[in-house]
Ligand binder design. Structure first.
Ligand code: OSB
Ligand code: MG
Length: 369
């Protein structure tokens, strides 16, 4: 496959509802839409780096810089036998996985479209529906948190994840268990604790949580291994797993029993498949994380989630929880059984509303051979 033209759009979209994690509350989302043309088709990707470098070191400005100055020239006009060959071709550039992923994933969509098959098939997945869960941010009060969860359960989501931080953790989980009983429930700390908090975190063990996601430092493996020895609740790593190599180290160290896959964090679909396969070989279940994506990134996530070791519901919910309207037609919707249907048309299987991309554009870049 050959890409003859790359177009980048830095876009900003207001969120339907603010989203608060242990690191920030945000009201809108900034990201880069990547469009690649070749062989008479157009593929789409989304670089999930946000305006602020709080989840990881990358932000939309670093991603823009790395894409325009280093990455685009390394794919433009080059014959790749398969999109799997793109991530290795970018290896001279260290890190910047979100920037790499935006471009690499657009190439996978292009490859699938020009092959006339859905992206899931090119990625090696077989599911026709994926299990959907929601990530509920920190609210202004526990009562509001409960009301929000009630709506999500009514809508049919298969599991609830709540964000926690010191001062919003054990009480929040207790309130949820009291009101909703035995629902599938997990928590995500986004690196808000230290190993010294182990006794406090162990209080969560009484609530039968599916897992606790990334309790400690964003780059840590060792302390998580110590913590996992003191917790009955499985630890799931998110931020810490930025390479497949790091995942192998974390598994060997016993730092987690579950891993969250986000292609942006890993550098795209190729590396995500390698992580998926590594985890499968070690009996580590994976699930698909979310980065408050627009429909473009969301569809990529849906197709990737069709691989066999995605055995837990992901943070992949309906478009209307995030953007109204979304950048795609039709929007992603939740089915009655709490699943999302995987489109069967070529590539992502949806139409990107380029007029809405245009309206949301803050800055544009184009390069061609
Ligand atoms: O840690 O999983 C996370 C959103 C932005 C950054 C990090 C995370 C999240 C979410 C939201 O939890 C998941 C979603 O609904 O997209
Ligand atoms: Mg997380």
């Amino acid at each position: 496959m050959r890409i003859d033209r790359v177009e980048l759009r830095l876009v900003r979209l207001p969120l339907v509802h603010f989203f608060e994690t242990s690191f920030a509350r945000i009201h809108d989302r900034e990201f880069i839409v990547v469009m690649v043309d070749g062989e008479g088709h157009r593929g789409y990707g989304e670089c999930v780096a946000d305006r602020d470098p709080y989840y990881s070191a990358e932000n939309s400005e670093t991603a823009w810089h790395i894409l325009t100055q280093y990455l685009v020239s390394r794919v433009l006009g080059i014959d790749f036998p398969h999109p799997r060959a793109i991530f290795p071709a970018l290896s001279q550039v260290r890190g910047h996985n979100m920037a790499k992923a935006g471009l690499e994933m657009a190439a996978w969509d292009l490859f699938a479209r020009s092959s006339g098959v859905p992206l899931s098939q090119i990625l090696g997945g077989h599911r026709t529906t994926i299990a959907s869960g929601v990530s509920v941010g920190i609210q202004d009060s526990l009562a509001e948190l409960g009301d929000k969860i009630a709506i999500e359960l009514d809508t049919g989501y298969q599991r609830i994840k709540v964000k926690i931080k010191p001062g919003w953790d054990v009480d929040a989980v207790q309130t949820i268990r009291q009101r909703f009983g035995d629902i599938p429930l997990m928590v995500d700390a986004n690196a808000a604790y230290r190993l010294d908090d182990a006794d406090h975190l162990a209080k969560l063990d009484t609530f039968d949580l599916m897992m606790i996601e990334q309790p400690l430092h964003y780059d840590d493996v060792h302390d998580h291994a110590q913590l996992q020895r003191r917790l009955r609740t499985p630890i799931c790593l998110d931020e810490s797993i930025h390479t497949v190599h790091m995942a192998a180290e974390a598994i060997a160290a016993g730092a987690c029993r579950i891993i969250n896959v986000k292609p942006g964090r890993l550098g795209g679909h190729g590396e995500s498949i390698r992580l998926h396969d590594l985890c499968a070989a070690h009996n580590i279940p994976v699930w698909h994380g979310g980065m408050l994506e627009s429909g473009i990134g969301r569809l990529h996530n849906i197709h990737l989630s069709t691989l066999p070791n995605f055995t837990l519901p992901g943070d992949i919910a309906a478009s209307r929880r995030y953007f109204e309207p979304d950048l795609i037609d039709p929007p992603v919707e939740l089915q009655m059984d709490g699943t999302i249907a995987v489109p069967s048309q070529p590539g992502l299987g949806v139409t990107v509303a380029e007029d809405r991309v245009e309206q949301a554009t803050q800055r544009a870049f184009t390069a061609s051979v």
